[in-house]
Write a protein that binds this ligand. Structure first.
Ligand code: TSX
Ligand code: MN
Length: 597
């Protein structure tokens, strides 16, 4: 393979130092060319790291299997390594930088013997944009290289943009022995450094994604006065042909990816509505001179959960993953295509499961439980440009202007279908007190409520008390801040049945949200915020039974009073570190609820 040179001395010195520690047989620079990608694919195929899928039905697609004990992010092995412990805050695992470097160094030492170290220059965000950040990932995994080439902008043009003294995030990864006892995901935000060792699972090893774009970027964003958030970005083209953009944060298993590329229901499509997907996971947002918040998606691909993806839940994604996609831990069918629980059509009669074992429809394990063909956290890595609803502004260096920020969670009873915060500070309170109920598919107790402020609990690279303060400050700096809303697609009736049909129908709620942003409709003031007047949600083509919309929008004062107990308990974790403004919002809500009880 051809050599690439950089004149960046910091880069060259760092690579030499890391190579001396990891002792790879050779170092190969990733130039981003199709030619090099083909070579890597060929080598990975020969080594059995990936398998080629049916090229007629799934052109350019591959299958990869991870080790059975390496199938998800490992939060208990993930650390924020700041010099001072309080800087990591009460919601992060902390390790001192010296202890972390020492521990990891022992695992990295000689870990790449007999292997190649790849140097991946990548840009999160359009190359050269003032929003963007450059990272260099060193890895001994070809799977990582191939995935990074889908998820980020990779190659020589990034090195060129880095120049001779540009700064970059130093990302080091080695599979090492793939030993869970020697697995560490370490973030050194003060050194702009990430070390990940002992894993081959996407969220742990595609260091541009959660590690850089959320944990390290959130730390940098506070210093540089912008926001790095766990949010989708979507454009909503309305009847007048104008496109307005929203950013939305949800905890896992709330359908964030589905929302990012929803298909308008007939009633709204007829009015001219159309969705443009900018991103499904991460938003980097800056205040522009117009006083508005502008957002980019720093990624170029989706790393989506496969199970449950089908042409009812997400037709655009089904179309997206038909080509140039890497599948991880799904079931392999005899015809060389793939399947997962909740895929289109019938379950296949047989196949090879995610562990690489023969699988037959209906088989049970020794305890009588059905054996899954695909791992529940099986994934696809696929380019955004495959997506039929992909925005034409993906490469815009300035991003898109954000009209509304949406928070949400899965709540069977408490939260109404939608409410609008009274103002920015109240909206930050709504985001900070976000929570979701665990469902059967997740570990933990059914119906248990888990706090996940701004969906950032696993991803904030510093003390979340400081993070909330940063959010409050950002609001003060904007002449035209986005309005903040809270949605809940998951309210149920007395029998536990969902009251709202969800999916494409959610656009009816988004339409109301934009109408509020544009001062087109009045709303009803309640103790928790503004809720829609029934007549302002366009229900054309969606005949809900009498009274259902009322149930969806009702506020149960007693439930909210109970909720405040949980919020208080959570806020107390931060001790003196929680901004006084959030306690003020807490007290104000308490008083409004009391006045209405
Ligand atoms: O993604 C979901 N969204 C957002 C879509 C744009 N899901 C799946 C959640 C797990 C990833 C949803 N599930 C949504 C939703 O809005 N709503 C629900 C709950 C629901 C499930 C099934 C039905 C209705 C609601 N079925 C029928 O009404 C027939
Ligand atoms: Mn995510």
């Amino acid at each position: 393979m051809k050599k690439t040179f950089s004149s960046n001395k910091k880069l060259i010195d760092w690579i030499s130092k890391m190579a001396r520690m990891c002792q790879p047989d050779r170092v190969v620079w990733i130039d981003g060319s199709d030619e090099q990608k083909l070579t890597l694919e060929k080598q990975s195929l020969a080594e059995g790291e990936i398998m080629r899928l049916n090229q007629e039905k799934l052109p350019g697609c591959f299958l990869h299997r991870t080790a059975p004990d390496d199938v998800a992010r490992t939060e208990h092995l993930t650390f924020i390594c700041t010099r001072k412990k309080p800087d990591a805050g009460p919601t992060n695992n902390w390790m001192s930088p010296s202890c972390a470097y020492n521990k990891a160094r022992e695992i990295f030492k000689g870990a790449m013997k007999g292997r190649t170290m790849y140097v991946i220059p990548f840009s999160m965000g359009p190359v050269g944009s003032s929003f963007s950040k450059i990272g260099i990932e060193l890895t001994d995994s070809k799977y990582v290289v191939l995935n990074m080439m889908i998820m980020t902008r990779v190659g020589d043009h990034v090195l060129k943009a880095l120049g001779k003294d540009g700064d970059f995030t130093k990302c080091l990864h080695s599979k090492a022995q793939l030993d869970i006892k020697k697995r560490l995901i370490l973030h050194f935000p003060e050194d702009n450094t990430i070390w990940s060792v002992g894993s081959g699972y996407g969220g742990n090893v595609l260091l541009g994604k959660k590690c850089l774009s959320l944990r390290v970027a959130s730390f940098i964003a506070r210093k540089e006065q912008w926001l790095a958030e766990h949010m989708l970005i979507m454009g909503i083209e309305g009847p007048n042909g104008h496109i307005e953009y929203i950013a939305a944060a949800f905890p896992s298993a709330c359908g964030k990816t589905n929302l990012a590329m929803l298909i308008p229901p007939e009633g709204l499509k007829a009015k001219g509505y159309r969705i443009w997907t900018v991103g499904d996971d991460i938003a980097w947002m800056r205040i522009d001179t117009d006083g508005r918040l502008w957002a980019i998606n720093p990624e170029t691909g989706f790393f989506g959960v496969a199970p449950g993806t089908n042409s009812k839940t997400n037709p655009n994604m089904v179309e997206t993953i038909r080509k140039n996609t890497i599948y991880t831990n799904v079931l392999l069918k005899p015809d060389g295509t793939v399947w997962w629980e909740g895929a289109d059509g019938e379950a296949p009669l047989e196949g090879i499961d995610w562990r690489g074992q023969p699988w037959r429809k209906g088989i049970k394990d020794s305890e009588g439980n059905p054996v899954k063909g695909a791992h529940p956290n099986s994934r696809f890595t696929t380019p955004i440009t495959n997506c039929p609803s992909a925005s034409f502004r993906l490469d815009q260096p300035h991003g898109v202007p954000i009209s509304a920020i949406i928070f949400g969670g899965k709540r069977q009873h408490l939260a109404p279908l939608v409410y609008e915060a009274f103002n920015w500070q109240h909206g930050v309170f709504a985001g900070a007190s976000m929570a979701s109920e665990l469902t059967a598919a997740q570990m933990g107790k059914l119906g248990q409520v888990r706090r996940d402020p701004m969906a950032m609990i696993p991803f904030c690279g510093y003390n979340m008390g400081d993070y909330f303060r940063h959010w409050l400050n950002m609001g003060k700096k904007m002449a035209k801040p986005p309005k903040i809303f809270y949605v809940n697609w998951f309210r149920t009736d007395e029998d536990g049945k969902f009251l709202w049909p969800g999916y494409g129908e959610n656009l009816r709620v988004l339409e109301w949200i934009l109408d509020r942003c544009n001062h087109k409709v009045q709303a009803q003031k309640t103790p928790i915020g503004y809720v829609p007047m029934r007549s302002n949600i366009d229900m054309t083509g969606l005949p809900l039974p009498e009274g259902v919309l009322d149930k969806l929008l009702a506020i149960d004062i007693k439930e909210w009073q109970k909720e405040l107990v949980g919020i208080k308990e959570f806020f107390k974790l931060f001790k003196k570190g929680l901004p006084e403004e959030l306690w003020q919002e807490y007290d104000d809500l308490l008083a409004r609820l009391k006045a209405n009880s």
